[in-house]
Write a protein that binds this ligand. Sequence first.
Ligand SMILES: *Cc1c(COP(=O)(O)O)cnc(C)c1O
Length: 369
Amino acid sequence: MPRPLVATIYLAAMRHNLARAKALVPTAKVWAVVKAYAYGHGLAQAVQGFAAADGLALIELEGASRLRELGWKKPILLLEGIFEPADLQQVFAQNLDIVVHSEQQITWLEQAANSLPINLPTPLRIHLKMNSGMNRLGFMPAMYASAYARLRALPNVAAIVLMTHFANADQARPKGLSVAEQMQRFAMGAEGLAGEYSFSNSSATLHHAQIGPQYEEHWIRPGIMLYGGMSGQSSAAGAGLLPAMSLHSELIGIQEIAAGEAVGYAGRFIAKQPMRIGIVACGYADGYPRHAPDGTPILVDGIRTRLTGQVSMDMITVDLSTIPQARLGSQVTLWGEGLPIDEVAHAAGTIAYELMCALAARVRVVVEP
Ligand SMILES: *Cc1c(COP(=O)(O)O)cnc(C)c1O
């Protein structure tokens, strides 16, 4: 018998969340972001769950190949573009859209255009990235128009989409630049340039839906919201989103312990009174966060209880004091329906993104239509 730990992926929730993003910004075309193996949900699931998206966006070139193998015919965008000139072969062969964020990448394109017999082999669609204050990838506003001009001068460039990325779209009082301040810088750098636009991640889609529609043709790039997670403090359910992944297991052991007994490695949890402790088949080698403290919420037979003791590689230990009916085989929910992944992530000092992406290869996956 396999281990009772199962991640269930709900395609209907993925479809629902995509429809939600579209409804928030009806004028936008949508890149469903599927980097990191669709935030742990799997590329095969993404192709089905996001069939209604206008395109899929990711970082990994091998992931792009996989999407084509899976039959995805619509656009695919490489969010960091190419990493070396040789990657262009795949870009042309699989008809991929690319982000261009550096002088180096432009030089590679110019060299490719010069060395090919005629033009670039297939019309290229480029997302030209501006650093409007995130200070990660992209051209400074003052350099943006010249980067644009160099790309325009290439033969066979079908489109240049004007793109930037927000650092604080989920913050009410950001420490860094606000969305409005980044948009000011963007507008200066992109002034007079023709093209479609691409701005919003999930947070901007949810909290700044007015941005894109000022521009005629524009894209949004939601990721986390499509999987039923949030960045920042607001609730996914409150935003009308459904969890696309749940992680379930079972109790595989129960211990009745006396007051003063310590549970697990390093004796982090010590029982103040006699207790029943449940042992759950799920540990950090499955992607459960090892830093989760005592008190991290967890459901046993649908009833909320708490982590007690250090997370081990293959097991966690939970308090059964308030769940006398719990027995071997009782259902345990690590996150999902009834226990938002954002809440578990917050308790463990991380974000839902990290939990989803960390789902380990050894966890059995079941897909619900
Ligand atoms: C990951 C990513 C997104 C999606 O971000 P979410 O916060 O998950 O919505 C959008 N755009 C770019 C460039 C990204 O790298």
